[in-house]
Design a protein around this ligand. Structure first.
Ligand code: NI
Length: 226
């Protein structure tokens, strides 16, 4: 499932994040790539220990905590601390798959079940830079407004098309989900959305809705255990 989540950051938060990261010390993005993806990767990245990057990442994490749609879709167990990248002058990131695990600076190993890109530059200000995600026999090109995010399975092949005008700035991170298997997460997501809608229509206390909520949590308990 490829899911767009609009307005994760509002305009003021985008401006705050940009104000921080734009004055950070950017470095070659290949420093954090795996062996295979280093061959395809050509961009700039804020180092993981960048103070501006850390502060901006916290703004993103706070916003994710408030996003019901993100919580419902990702069922996050752990979130890799958000990082920031920048593409300009023909830079891109060829087709690759993300590493299965990422190690945080404090030594935690996070399994990458989901990948996320949060766009931080208005799409009309640059050409190219689409995130192209392959799913089965189809592919989807994603280029969103500043503050909008796409969440997609980390198991997919994906690329960032070369940026031929302007600058593409984005935040990216990975999620270890309570439910590692995508099709199970997808079923829970559909159930949760339907229950949220029902709550608005028939009220929280309807016995059938209480039963459905119980079934949802029993499935989550079962599937989170593996
Ligand atoms: Ni990637």
């Amino acid at each position: 499932m490829i899911l767009e989540i609009n307005g994760v950051l509002d305009a003021a938060s985008v401006a705050r994040v940009r104000g921080l990261i734009d004055r950070g010390a950017w470095a070659d993005g290949r420093a954090t790539a795996g062996y295979q993806s280093a061959l395809a990767k050509d961009n700039a990245q804020l180092p993981e220990d960048s103070p501006e990057g850390r502060e901006a990442a916290q703004i993103v994490l706070d916003a994710l905590g408030r996003s019901l749609l993100f919580q419902t879709a990702a069922l996050p167990a752990e979130i890799f601390p958000p990082l920031f990248n920048r593409y300009a002058g023909g830079q891109g990131f060829g087709v690759h798959v993300d590493n299965a695990f990422r190690q945080t600076r404090d030594g935690r190993r996070i399994r990458t079940d989901l990948s996320a890109t949060l766009f931080l530059e208005p799409p009309e200000s640059y050409d190219g830079g689409e995130l192209v995600i392959e799913e089965g026999s189809t592919s989807q090109a994603v280029k969103l407004a500043a503050g909008d995010m796409v969440l997609y399975p980390a198991t997919t092949l994906h690329e960032v098309r070369p940026v031929t005008r302007g600058v593409r700035v984005a935040c990216f991170f990975w999620v270890q989900s309570l439910v590692p298997e995508q099709h199970k997460r997808s079923i829970l997501f559909d159930m949760d959305l339907a229950m949220q809608k029902l709550r608005g229509e028939i009220g929280d206390g309807h016995p059938s809705l209480v039963a459905l909520t119980g079934a949802y949590h029993n499935l989550l308990r079962l599937w989170a255990a593996g």
